[in-house]
Design a protein around this ligand. Structure first.
Ligand SMILES: [Zn+2]
Ligand SMILES: [Zn+2]
Length: 423
């Protein structure tokens, strides 16, 4: 291996020519990287890339980087439409603060698996804020609730969400009935695993509150204000911590409250809906439905841009569209007709690191083979008397498997010093 760093211009040229000739002649391509490295070495201030030195990582590997005391990290765990698809789950945003606090804003359909990909112990994922009660904004709450409890959340899942214009349209009603819908699920888990996580702690707040505090703990303040979408009830949120201002807008027609309370945010997320032509041609909406849904119930891209030009965030984040090669230019052009500031066109697994003087935007590189991280506290084996029995009639249908299962008991009892017996 030649000493690349000391190679003078003449050596560099010779190596380059030899490498290129060798490459063209088809004799050997192994000289070519040497020649390429020499190109880098010839420029004094140029970074020394592999094979001389490793290149700096430009993706986010989940749960591998500490946050600084003056830093926030936002991860897009859902950016798409009510019809979740492999590339994009529905609205879900995981915000991590330098003080260790973590918050989930919306938990739309399909987002629970994106949260799982971040490999954060579920005990730290116990705070969810819902912008409204469309399934694309809370459709995976059941998955996070039950799946999180099974995988190490040893405390209730705390959920903040708005009231409605009637009690039946509020968060308390929705989650009370979600609990009821999960009666079979929850009864069927009693007495089998750590029971502490299978509780929902619901905090319904008044959707008409104008920038009122709905959460204040550990130096973090979250306020809500109304949004204009489908029915009364939807809201947007501002989170303030350590001099930072993070804003999350749920679905809305552009509204005066967001324009006022999102002013000068460090990062502002706001919906930006599929363009009307794409609604008609790709989603197969009627032109009439495309117009009303795409511009009156939601925020059209040009209206998103106009809103961001008013609030001037350090970073504007657009979501709620299918972000594809053949649709993103239509979104971008329309936004850019009304806004020329910093912009992220969100897709799932986009990551923002926000510090005082920088906002670094990357994609996360996730593994599909994730298992839940270890629980932060020792798991409890629950009281056996809480088990709900299966009837004798159903149990009578069991095949006799005692002989093949007994070795599993023997091995586990021996390994862990316990003395469990088959049912
Ligand atoms: Zn909605
Ligand atoms: Zn939505």
């Amino acid at each position: 291996m030649p000493t690349i760093k000391q190679a003078g211009p003449r050596v560099f040229l010779a190596v380059l020519v030899a490498g290129v000739i060798g490459f063209i002649a088809g004799q050997s391509v192994t000289d070519l990287p040497v020649a390429m490295a020499s190109v880098a070495a010839a420029q004094d201030d140029h970074p020394k890339y592999s094979p001389v030195e490793p290149r700096a990582r430009d993706f986010y590997a989940p749960n591998s980087e500490p946050l600084g005391p003056d830093e926030m990290r936002l991860i897009a765990c859902g950016t798409g439409m009510p019809t979740a698809r492999p590339k994009q789950a529905a609205s879900c945003w995981l915000l991590e603060l330098g003080n260790g606090d973590k918050f989930i804003f919306d938990v739309g359909t399909g987002s629970a698996e994106r949260i799982a990909a971040m490999q954060i112990p579920y005990n730290y994922l116990d705070k969810v804020f819902l912008s409204h009660l469309h399934t694309d904004h809370f459709g995976d709450l059941d998955a996070l609730f039950v799946g999180g409890a099974l995988a190490g959340r040893q405390k209730p899942l705390r959920v903040w969400g708005p009231s409605g214009d009637t009690p039946e349209r509020g968060t308390e009603y929705a989650l009370d009935h979600l609990r009821k819908a999960l009666t079979w699920d929850l009864d069927g888990r009693k007495g089998l695993t750590d029971p502490r996580g299978y509780h929902l702690e619901v905090h319904e707040f008044d959707y008409t509150g104008i920038n009122e505090i709905i959460y204040q703990e550990n130096g973090v303040t979250i306020r809500s204000y109304p949004a204009i979408h489908a029915l009364d009830g939807p809201v947007s949120f501002t989170l303030e911590w350590n001099g930072f201002k993070f804003v999350f807008g749920g679905d809305t027609y552009p509204n005066k409250w967001f324009a006022e309370f999102a002013q000068d945010a460090d990062l502002a997320i706001h919906e930006c809906f599929v363009t009307v032509p794409d609604m008609i041609n790709k989603f197969k909406f009627t032109p009439q439905s495309a117009l009303v849904v795409g511009t009156q119930i939601h925020t059209a891209p040009a209206a998103f841009g106009k809103t961001m030009s008013m609030i001037k965030p350090r970073m504007a984040v657009a979501y709620h569209f299918y972000n594809d090669f053949d649709t993103v230019t239509g979104i971008d052009e329309r936004i850019r007709s009304t806004y020329d500031g910093p912009l992220s066109l969100a897709t799932d697994y986009m990551v923002w690191n926000i510090t005082r003087d920088d906002i670094r935007v990357r994609m996360a590189a996730v593994s599909e083979d994730v298992w839940p991280p270890p629980a932060t506290e020792k798991p409890l084996f629950p009281d056996q008397s809480t088990r709900v029995p299966i009837s004798d009639w159903v149990n009578a249908g069991k095949l006799d498997m005692h002989d093949v299962i007994q070795p599993i008991y023997d091995e586990t009892n021996k390994a862990y010093g316990i003395n469990e017996k088959q049912d």
